[in-house]
Design a protein around this ligand. Structure first.
Ligand SMILES: C[S@@+](CC[C@H](N)C(=O)[O-])C[C@H]1O[C@@H](n2cnc3c(N)ncnc32)[C@H](O)[C@@H]1O
Length: 185
């Protein structure tokens, strides 16, 4: 009796074992529950086990997630294109990289509802700036209230349209600015 209880506790606390058990049950039921869950969480990492990925999210990633990012993630989960979003673990990795290089001025190509944009805005210093580009303003606008709530909306300069055109325009502006600088010195 005691050993049965112990075995059960060990099994459920080990995410890999749990995952294998789930997949086995899924196969037994003749369904593809495991792969459906895989898609449902927007799983894009190198981890092959959804159980392990879920364990990492719940024990390490979500507890560190900013409340506005959490709100944005939950809102995006109900959007029909939600598989496009940056996941919470990717967002935290991105924030770490931005802080490591002391990034201040950045660009973002492809915003969707803005999980990586808000992550970036939170990681930049108070005078940091992001030029964010997307062909769909509507999706950005869904996420914008969370950027306002987080107090970082003044760092964001959203530009609607194909990124190539926006980048060309930025290049022209930079060249013109340099030319003016050369003339006046
Ligand atoms: C994978 S999603 C971006 C996910 C986003 N970084 C996030 O954290 O949720 C790709 C985005 O690129 C946008 N997109 C596609 N082609 C584009 C283009 N030529 N210029 C700008 N944005 C484009 C799409 O509208 C879409 O919102």
């Amino acid at each position: 009796m005691v050993s049965t209880t112990t075995a059960t506790a060990e099994t459920t606390s080990n995410p890999v074992v749990q995952e294998n058990e789930n997949e086995q049950k899924s196969k037994e039921n003749g369904t593809a529950k495991a792969s459906a869950r895989h898609q449902a969480v927007g799983h894009k990492s190198l981890l092959k086990s959804d159980g392990l990925y879920q364990y990492i999210l719940e024990t390490s990633v979500y507890p560190r997630e900013h409340e506005s990012l959490k709100g944005l993630r939950e809102m995006t989960a109900n959007h029909p294109w939600n598989l496009m979003t940056t996941s919470a673990d990717e967002g935290q990795f991105l924030m770490m990289l931005l802080k490591l290089i002391n990034a201040k001025n950045t660009i973002e190509v492809g915003v969707y509802t803005g999980y990586s944009l808000l992550s970036t805005a939170l990681a930049l210093p108070p005078d940091g700036k992001i030029i964010a580009m997307d062909i769909h303003r509507k999706n950005f606008e869904l996420g914008y209230p969370f950027m306002v709530q987080a107090g970082v909306s003044d760092k964001i300069d959203f530009r609607e349209g194909p990124a190539l055109a926006t980048l060309d325009q930025m290049l022209t502006e930079v060249c013109e600015a340099r030319l003016k600088f050369a003339i006046t010195t």
